[in-house]
Every structure is written in C-alpha cells, then in structure tokens.
Design a protein around this ligand. Structure first.
Ligand code: 0L1
Ligand code: MG
Length: 262
C-alpha cells in the first residue's frame, strides 16, 4: 500500500460527504496518483465503516464492469466489486429521490440471494448455483461521485463502484432448470424499450461474476455469507435517468421490477 491510513480515511470521508450531500468531486487519483489497488479497496472499506457507524447494515455485494466490452474499454481484465447496505434498497415500484443523487444511471441486472456461505479461492459457477437460494430481477442505480462520471479504475473502486440505490422485485426463481446465459432482459424507460440483452453479457454467465466476487473476497480474508444479495453486473449499458422518469426491468420468466424518479 502506498497511502497513509490518515489519507485513506480522509478520502473515504470526502467520498461519503459527496454521496450524503449529492455533490461531485474530481477522481481521487488526481491528488494521489501513487495509490495502488489495495489502497483503493481500503478506501472502500473505510467508506463501508462510515455507513455502518450510521447504523446501516451490510446486505450484500455487487460486481461492476462485468461485460467484456466494458472491461476492454477500461483496459482491465477483471470486474470490480463493491458492497450494498440496506439504506441503498428501494421498494419495488417505489420512488428514487433525484435530490439525493448527482447524475444517476440505471443498469438491468440479475440479483442472486444466497442460502449458504460462498468461499474462495477456487469458487466457480457450479458452487455459486449450489449456494443460490433464488435469483430475481434487479435494477442498480449507479451514481458516480466523480464529476461527469470521469474516473479511472482505482478511483471507482474507492467510490464503492458507483453504488447508490437498488431495487429487486418480480418472481424469485430457483436456478435449477434455468439457463441464466440465455435469459433475456428488457429495460423500459417511460414505457419505451430502451436496452435489451441476455445474461451471457455478464462474464458469459452471471454466476461467474458471483464466483469472481467470492474469489476476490477470499484474497482479502472474507467470504459471501448466506443470505447475501448480490447484484451480478449490468447486462446492458447504463441508462441515464432524470426526475419524472419511470424505469422497468422485465426478465424472461421472472417478471419485472421498477422505479420512479422524483
Ligand atoms: O455497476 C457497475 O457496473 C458500475 C461500475 C462502476 C463504473 C460506472 O460507474 O460506470
Ligand atoms: Mg451494476
């Protein structure tokens, strides 16, 4: 690690203040170009402890940059990972307040809920499917704290991979008999089909993103506890939203979930 503990805490506080006050900042690597991957995740860890100090509860994790196209674009060969706390969750069909966010975008995802601990290293799709209680449609609302969504990978990891809000809903489905690679999704904005895709857009299989998360956590001495909710990654490009927009995600055979931005 290259950054002092005090700097890590100060950068986490900055990102937390930006999220709380819905204001943006420049990417953290501008002032700290020397920071490394461990520093980036250490800032994210401190951000998480700031959330928990306010009484929020860790409910799960997310994988980001999970499509090969997006990874190539960013010049990386691995997804990035963040955490989810209960205060990010919104009710199905509920409202998302624009005043609390900077420049949100939505991503159609398949969410996994686990029924057993998932532990790397060596976690694979089979282990993920065996430990999955059910999958359910999920919309992630991302909101980079960086001006104009301009960041590099270390900065976005520090910023909890742009996590902001999420909603899940529809029909929870057991994974037995489901081929998550070919499950189709349609994201509608204001009743217009806006983005389409299939599960395979996420690392070839959405469970691969969950396995990669378990392996990432193992390298840091952690695992995915039973009962976790995991957003496995955007199946299409992220779609920008503004006040007045309604978004709805339909996942083949799993019903739909949605949000209204106010
Ligand atoms: O969930 C995601 O894929 C977002 C990861 C961070 C990059 C971004 O904000 O677009
Ligand atoms: Mg996402």
């Amino acid at each position: 690690m290259k950054l002092a503990a005090a700097t890590i805490q100060q950068l986490a506080q900055l990102l937390d203040d930006c999220a709380q006050q819905a204001r943006d900042t420049v990417k953290v690597t501008d002032a700290h170009p020397e920071m490394d991957w461990d520093d980036a995740y250490a800032i994210q860890d401190h951000l998480r402890s700031l959330h928990q100090q306010r009484g929020t509860r860790l409910v799960g994790y997310k994988a980001g940059l999970t499509s090969h196209a997006k990874m190539r674009q960013m010049g990386v060969d691995t997804p990035v990972f963040g955490y989810l706390v209960d205060s990010f969750g919104l009710p199905d069909g509920g409202t998302c307040k624009m005043a609390e966010l900077i420049h949100p975008k939505v991503e159609p995802e398949i969410a996994f809920v686990t029924k057993a601990e998932l532990k790397g290293p060596g976690c694979h799709i089979g282990a993920v499917l065996a430990a999955t209680d059910f999958v359910i449609p999920g919309i992630e609302v991302i909101d980079s704290r960086y001006r104009d969504f301009k960041f590099d990978l270390k900065s976005v990891i520090a910023d909890n991979t742009s996590a902001a809000r999420f909603v899940v809903g529809g029909q929870p489905m057991a994974v037995q008999g489901l081929d998550l690679r070919t499950v189709g999704v349609v994201l509608e904005k204001n009743g217009e089909p806006t983005a389409f895709g299939a599960g395979a857009a996420v690392l070839g299989h959405p469970a691969a993103a969950v396995a990669a998360l378990a392996n990432h956590l193992a390298a840091r001495g952690a695992s995915i506890p039973a009962g976790s909710l995991i957003l496995s990654g955007g199946i299409t490009e992220a779609v920008a939203v503004k006040a007045g927009d309604c978004v709805s995600l339909r996942v083949q055979g799993m019903g739909s979930t949605g949000l209204r931005f106010v």
